[in-house]
Write a protein that binds this ligand. Structure first.
Ligand SMILES: [Zn+2]
Length: 454
């Protein structure tokens, strides 16, 4: 069960360490077993982490430990830095897209439940909050180290205002840099505290395990879409930061902290030297909305969301020769015996989600631009079939090609409105540019947030 949103807090360490070796029990190193409520323990952890980050060991941030029920009460009173979604067009759009496993229920309450259940800690404006859990030995100290990295970066460079970013894609990409940085240095700190510093092959093992788990999560239909979306920044982010550190690209790491990537494609596929390059804005073609539909909001979801969406679609039974063959590769065998692999996320070149409403009906159209016209000429049947022939696509969804380098996924709440949209003609970009100007403008997913309050 997840609520339909990209998390906007930069603070929760959602999963603990992958153990490359044993970890501190009662007789383990002091730093990995001390009581994080104790100021002596807090200072010792902060001082050793500051030394690792070449930061000042003085003035440690204030650290408090609260019970989950206190977190719930603070959220309900509006005192915790999480904004909550309200039932509305966005939630309905995400349900139509199959992103939310909750077909009913109060999204506000579901979001609170999810935060209370999943948040281990967060950092906000100089204060670290740790939520009491049944932690394994060493885990809560690791979590504290992760939050302390955020606090140190905040002093050094300032943290970005995540609520000001223009798209969900940019939000995930930005969080990847910060969460990857915090997870990377928390791991280093942890293993140095154990006096077993990580070697290059340890790093490669740990990153490999975490990536394997992330891709399993993406394919796990028991879990909500947004679980894989919200896990991405930690896992792919730490992988990227590891590459930067191992290549001694310290300047690049600092550059990315203040100029994070604008899209998850960059975080997934760019080489170290290419990281942080922006992408040109993509203005999709589109489907002419049927009479009466107004554009309510737009967003860009990015390559990772596209991957998770497609990965969760099961091929129809008679497509037995097609399927996911590796983390990213989708293997296809044509009736004539030709076989090949495509990588639908790596071939992403831009996307735009547009959500429309008419009377009580909500329709989402997700335009995805692919590499080239030649590419789509050759593979569009594969991409369209992934949705149109899937046994697990959302009930009122369909894919169609909308221009030479673009496909659109259409999601409706009823069969009749889907059919109405699928019979619509395509339109030139100029129409939508003017329609977007007239609408309330771009609006991103509502969701929990961890903003910095000054
Ligand atoms: Zn964090």
């Amino acid at each position: 069960m997840a609520f339909a949103a990209h998390l906007r807090w930069i603070c929760a360490a959602v999963a603990a360490i992958v153990a490359a070796t044993g970890c501190g029990g009662d007789d383990g190193p002091y730093l990995l077993r001390c009581n994080v409520r104790d100021p002596g323990c807090q200072q010792a952890i902060f001082a050793s982490l500051a030394s690792l980050l070449a930061a000042e060991p003085e003035n440690r941030p204030s650290i408090r430990v609260i019970a989950p029920e206190q977190l719930r009460a603070e959220i309900e009173r509006g005192e915790a830095p999480f904004t909550l979604p309200t039932e509305g067009v966005e939630q309905r759009a995400f349900r139509a897209m199959g992103f939310s496993p909750d077909t009913e229920g109060d999204v506000y309450q579901l979001a609170i439940e999810s935060i209370v259940r999943n948040t281990t800690a967060y950092y906000d404006s100089g204060v670290i909050t740790i939520v009491e859990r049944d932690y394994e030995p060493g885990d809560v100290q690791f979590t504290l180290a992760h939050e302390l990295v955020h606090a140190v970066r905040d002093r050094e460079l300032g943290l970005p205002d995540l609520t000001a970013l223009p798209s969900s894609d940019q939000l995930s990409a930005t969080r990847s840099i910060y969460e990857g940085d915090a997870d990377y240095f928390a791991h280093r700190w942890y293993y140095e505290a154990e006096a077993t510093p990580l070697t290059r092959s340890d790093w490669s093992y740990i990153n490999g395990q975490r990536l394997d788990d992330l891709y399993l999560l993406a394919a796990d239909l028991e879990k909500g879409f947004f679980e894989a979306v919200n896990r991405f920044p930690y896992v792919q982010g730490m992988y990227v930061i590891t590459q930067l550190v191992q290549r001694e690209a310290e300047n690049k790491r600092r550059y990315l902290m203040t100029n994070p990537s604008t899209n998850t494609y960059d975080v997934l596929f760019s080489s170290v030297s290419e990281l942080g390059r922006g992408r040109p804005t993509y203005e999709p073609t589109g489907v002419l909305p049927p009479d009466g539909y107004g554009l309510v909001f737009t967003d860009e979801l990015g390559a990772w969301d596209l991957y998770v969406f497609l990965r969760r679609l099961q091929p129809a039974q008679d497509e037995g020769s097609s399927g996911w063959s590796s983390r990213q590769g989708y293997s296809v065998t044509r009736p004539n015996g030709d076989s090949f692999d495509i990588s639908p996320a790596e071939d992403w070149r831009g996307d735009r989600l547009r959500v429309y409403q008419r009377d009580g009906e909500v329709v989402a159209v997700w335009h995805v631009r692919y590499r080239t016209r030649d590419y789509l000429d050759f593979y569009d049947d594969v991409l369209l079939d992934m949705v149109n022939d899937s046994s697990s696509a959302p009930p009122f969804s369909a894919a169609r090609r909308t221009s030479e380098d673009e496909v659109a996924f259409v999601f409706a709440e009823t069969r009749s409105s889907l059919d109405e949209w699928l019979s619509q003609p395509l339109i030139p970009p100029s129409f939508l540019a003017s329609a977007a100007k007239k609408s309330a403008g771009s609006k991103r997913h509502a969701g929990p947030v961890c903003v910095k309050r000054r």
